[in-house]
Ligand binder design. Structure first.
Ligand SMILES: Cc1cc2nc3c(=O)[nH]c(=O)nc-3n(C[C@H](O)[C@H](O)[C@H](O)COP(=O)(O)O)c2cc1C
Length: 172
């Protein structure tokens, strides 16, 4: 796991190659295995492969998600706040598991933050995604994970770069 995590990076450039159905199914199984508070499983996921839809979603917020238009796959991570008061944590853990699972399968991915971001002065990024994908009003959008075969190489992290001063033992 340590070696996998050292080589995990956010990948924002993808080959022009679609992702096989069995790869997507495996990724979604990984997502559904995510732990949640009280096992409430408040999340839902939308698997998007349609090019026009990905292009629209790439405009969800400022420039920070523009690379989604060239990704073959986007997974929109939603949750129902009425099912869990800690839905943000639950959705974030699922997003993280998708990101790390993708890496373990040889895919590159990057988190696109939607919750708390704006599409324009009058529309939040979440409202824009909800309108674009016809998402019911009871659900909130946390993030979109852009995924594809990597078309950029990023170096693994070295253990000597780790911020070891962040770790405290027994007391602060
Ligand atoms: C909560 C969260 C939100 C992020 N939002 C975005 C985003 O909107 N756009 C983007 O390009 N990268 C986003 N990232 C990726 C980070 O920029 C990236 O993880 C960080 O720069 C460290 O780089 P690394 O993942 O290659 O180690 C996000 C990451 C996290 C964990």
């Amino acid at each position: 796991m340590l070696e996998l995590l050292k080589s995990r990076r956010s990948i924002r450039k993808y080959e022009n190659k679609s992702i096989e159905k069995n790869q997507i199914e495996e990724l979604m199984k990984c997502a559904l295995l995510s732990p949640t508070s009280k096992n409430s499983r408040p999340w839902e996921f939308i698997v998007v492969q349609d090019k026009d839809t990905l292009e629209k979603l790439s405009h969800s917020k400022g420039h920070g998600g523009a690379f989604l238009k060239d990704a073959p796959l986007g997974i929109v991570v939603l949750a129902d706040p009425s099912k869990s008061e800690v839905w943000i944590e639950d959705a974030s853990i699922a997003s993280t598991i998708i990101h790390i699972s993708a890496h373990s399968m040889g895919l590159g991915s990057c988190w696109i933050q939607i919750r708390g971001r704006n599409h324009s002065d009058s529309l939040t990024a979440s409202e824009y995604v909800k309108e674009t994908l016809n998402i019911p009003s009871n659900l909130e959008v946390d993030a979109i994970i852009a995924i594809g075969y990597p078309a950029e190489e990023k170096r693994s992290r070295n253990e000597d770069e780790l911020l070891s001063e962040k770790i405290h033992y027994e007391v602060y």
